[in-house]
Design a binder for this molecule. Sequence first.
Ligand code: PLP
Length: 291
Amino acid sequence: MVSMATPVLLLLHDPSRSTGFTAADPALPVASALDLGITRGDGIFETITVIDGIPQALDAHLTRLERSAALLELPAPHLAAWREAVFAAIDAHDDAPESFIKLLYSRGIEGTDEPTGWVYMQPSGDFSAERTEGIAVVLLDRGYHSTIAETSPWLLQGAKTLSYAINRAAAREAHRRGADDVIFVSTDGYLLEGPTATVVLKLDDRFVTPDTHLGILPGTTQESIFEIAVVNGYRTAYEKLTPADLLRADAAWLVSSVRNAAPIRSVDGVPRSIDAELTESINSGLASRTS
Ligand code: PLP
């Protein structure tokens, strides 16, 4: 059951230089209509799960915020300011079994050279059906070659930008095709990522994920799953994977903060098995992270 806890919103005073924030009412308009995050989607974000008051994989999310900022040539975020805002949001938020915090960092109001930063926290939705019954995915051509990050860095593949209109359009295409989610494929035939998730396969005794050099986001949830896998005696690898690997894998998941591991039960309408027991143990491992 989703808690009705009120969202918490904090506006950072100076997100690239100093700590400090102001609490604001998320029901009231607080952003400038001239903010480049709004007018051009020119900014970055992170979404962090909070379980029992603990922001999961916070360091990995802050590191990725810094990396995305560098890719967009934004001023480096002042990580202590963001960390302070995360814990202040958690303190101000009502208890909920699972919540999430979004960190948003934009280029700011045009002409000011002052980035804007804000943080909000609210209860997560209920993902129990996806986690247990699994999801149907479709493969969609991303229209990019697997070398895109090297050949065309201006396309910002691998940065978590605010420009998610394409990701939302892909999700709508999946729904039109009767599926729940998407795995993008490169023009040369390699599995990339979902619009909001990383692909993880279990191939024999190995957990494998697409190589992050293929112009995809390095996933914090995938990283935690690999740590859990190693503790449980599995090997892990980053590789170039194909749709054939997805079909032959013993188990396959789309993994992300908030939803955690959602087992894939069909690909383009072709059923594939899910491993309910292993999925349950991965998801409880994720839920019991202490940092
Ligand atoms: N890939 C993309 C494009 C995403 O947007 C996300 C998360 O939103 C992920 C992968 C998974 O990342 P994480 O596990 O850090 O949430």
